[in-house]
Design a protein around this ligand. Structure first.
Ligand code: GLA
Length: 385
């Protein structure tokens, strides 16, 4: 039975009515890490792992949620939306809260969801769940929420309800994903461009450390504050500066480095990463995946030593592929402190590379990494059955 059929059948068993079905994918990001909340650019793509969600109206104001993967239910009411004592309901309730605050009129509803995006792997299962919820509610109640607002409402749910001050990348990629294309998103004005990415010879391989260190979300918010601190220091002399997007390396050297070395290192990473992404997009235009891959390694080095959001397991996975000619580029991906590395690997050698990495990782850590091949696929959509 397909995944969406299972979700649908569970819904029918629980609520005895036919649901509306939607899906929203996880994402990878080729380059441009920790740049989104600094108004920089990112280069993500939606992948063929997703959240599937079944939803149907009720006659009252109750909200009944069921997580198939956790085999847990949660109940709430439209007139009393507040954070739960578990994590997963908050992604859904946060979206409801934001839609209501934006003035959309909802009624009570029943909902079942599940998915195949590994949790804690840095593939944005939470953004996928938020976007599936926002889109599902929009379809169910004919709200006609535009795609960008679906992404923004989902981000606001994460920022304000879950408490992670994330940027827009994950939600945008989940909503706007397009088969065989990367999305070059400018987080300053949300303009974007699809860049074809369907080389037969290259595969996007993800190695999952299967660890998620607990400081991930607090460190994430702390990095964001450090970037804002750097901007404030530059702004004293250059009032027009709004974000690290507007800041030059020279300004950092003059105005931040003498005052706060740590903040300088954080900002230095971000400013160079924004430029690296622009250079990497030029590489793509020339089909120069060798240069592109080299920049991915540079990104990892910056995230490891300057931004300091990597961890031993991620560094090990990157070090294991550094000398393998079949791996053009590799780096940690997403927020950091666990999750996956993303690797650009010559298709013919994927098997060999994965065996070497799995063995090397197991020798050092005692467990095997999970391995996924990411295929780039479409964004949030309704499933017509
Ligand atoms: C997480 C956040 C994104 C982005 C990345 C780092 O995935 O949700 O907004 O900041 O980390 O690039």
């Amino acid at each position: 039975m397909s995944h969406s059929q299972k979700i649908k059948e569970t819904f029918i068993q629980l609520y005895q009515t036919e649901p509306l079905l939607v899906q929203s994918p996880g994402r990878v990001n080729l380059i441009g890490e920790h740049t989104d909340y600094n108004m920089g650019l990112v280069l993500p793509a939606a992948i063929d792992k997703k959240i599937t969600l079944a939803i149907g109206k009720r006659d009252d104001r109750h909200i009944r949620l069921y997580s198939l993967d956790n085999q847990e239910n949660y109940q709430s009411n439209l007139d009393d939306i507040k954070p739960s004592d578990k994590l997963w309901p908050d992604y859904l309730l946060g979206v409801v809260d934001q839609l209501v605050k934006k003035g959309y009129t909802l009624g009570g509803f029943n909902l079942v969801f599940g998915g195949d995006i590994p949790q804690g792997a840095g593939l944005s299962s939470s953004a996928a769940l938020e976007c599936a919820t926002a889109f599902g509610l929009s379809q169910l109640f004919d709200l006609e929420v535009p795609p960008l607002s679906i992404a923004l409402v989902s981000q606001a749910a994460e920022n304000n309800f879950v408490g992670v001050k994330c940027g827009l990348m994950d939600q945008f990629a989940s909503v706007f994903g397009k088969e065989k294309h990367l999305i070059k998103l400018d987080c300053r004005d949300y303009s974007y461009e699809y860049i074809p990415f369907s080389s037969e010879d290259l595969k996007i391989v993800l190695f999952d450390t299967r660890v998620k260190h607990s400081l991930a979300s607090s460190a994430y918010n702390e990095r964001r504050e450090q970037c804002e601190h750097g901007v404030a220091l530059v702004k004293k002399v250059y009032p027009a500066v709004e974000s690290l997007r507007d800041v030059t390396e020279q300004q950092l050297l003059e105005l931040v480095k003498p005052i706060d070395e740590l903040v300088y290192r954080r900002c230095h990473y971000v400013v160079s990463e924004i430029q690296r992404l622009l250079d990497a997009c030029e590489d793509l235009k020339q089909d120069d995946f060798v240069s592109f891959g080299r920049r991915m390694f540079e990104t990892h080095d910056g995230l490891q030593h300057l931004y300091e959001v990597s961890c031993e397991e991620l560094d090990l996975l990157v070090d294991l592929v550094r000398t393998q000619p079949a791996v053009l580029g590799a780096r940690m991906m997403g927020g950091g402190f666990g999750g996956c590395t993303i690797n650009l690997v010559r298709a013919a050698d994927v098997q060999e590379v994965t065996e070497i990495v799995a063995k090397g990782y197991e020798e050092k850590t005692g467990h095997r990494p999970e391995i996924y091949i990411a295929n780039i696929s479409q964004g949030t959509s309704q499933i017509i059955n």
